[in-house]
Design a protein around this ligand. Sequence first.
Ligand SMILES: [Zn+2]
Length: 336
Amino acid sequence: MATDYAGAVRNGTAAAGRLQRELGIRDFIEVHGGSIDIFDAIRMLDLPLMLRPLKGLLGAYLSAPVPGILVTTERPMSIQRFTAAHELGHYILQHEPSLDDESVLRRMPNSPEPSGKFQEAEADAFAVAFMIPKWLIAAHCRRQDWITANLSNPHIAYQLSLRLGASYEATCRTFERYRLLPAPTVKRLVDTPPKTMKMALLRDYKPANYRGDVWHLTERDAGSRIDGSRNDTFVLSLKEHGASGFIWDFDALVSSGFAIVRDVREAVDPHTVGGAAIRRVTAVSDDIPRGILALEERRPWLPAQPLTQISLDVDLSGPEQLGLSRAERRHLLQAV
Ligand SMILES: [Zn+2]
């Protein structure tokens, strides 16, 4: 156990990196994109996990009679994921049992513990390094063609947070931790509520509330895994070559459980006649979309020869519910 805060951050960060290497997580993400599946990591370790409503707690790590993790079902997915990573940190770092309440979130990024021990700081450092490692931010920036300076744009920081599966605030705070952005810039980001970014994306579409996340998806997300929640909305912006007769077909979106609530074409350059346009479609989840979503840009009269195809591996069944985690359900489905 560390004896000071800096030591706790070093221990937690090192343990997270070791576990990522052991489980081959980086190799998997570099192929499949998406976020680090903390619940799958817990499954791979055969560590018992219980998802259930917890009174006044976000999660707990228990060590007797056998080690195990509890995570609340009463919170958004980003908080469930962070809590699960924090509890996994307690297990990996062989800590004392811990009942973790809201202070897990308030404590970030640092504050000493009254006990004089640093196990909570170690578990927090483990959680941040495991869920939001610097290499994962870099991988998403490469895929999206963002440079570090772009992260000071709250719209980009918000989209990155969705792809990391982290809360917007936790994502912004890591920019400071990794010295990607200066503290005043991070404060300005944290002070911008995500509702602002959601409203800008949704434009004239007004949802019943702004609790769900709004994913802005483009060709750059092709082939990647989208792990979201039941109330999430997709805004797809795809280049469409209408002048050559190619039109995006969004039937797959509807058959996967989405309802299209807005569909417009925006000229890439209003002065070019007949050039490519951006087809901008807003789709809200009607059911619980899950599975491969394959979209094609093709000539309606020659459907067999699409110009562009993109597929997204979508799972909007979050947050985690009572019972098996999504990772456990996926694993069981693959096994049958
Ligand atoms: Zn704890």
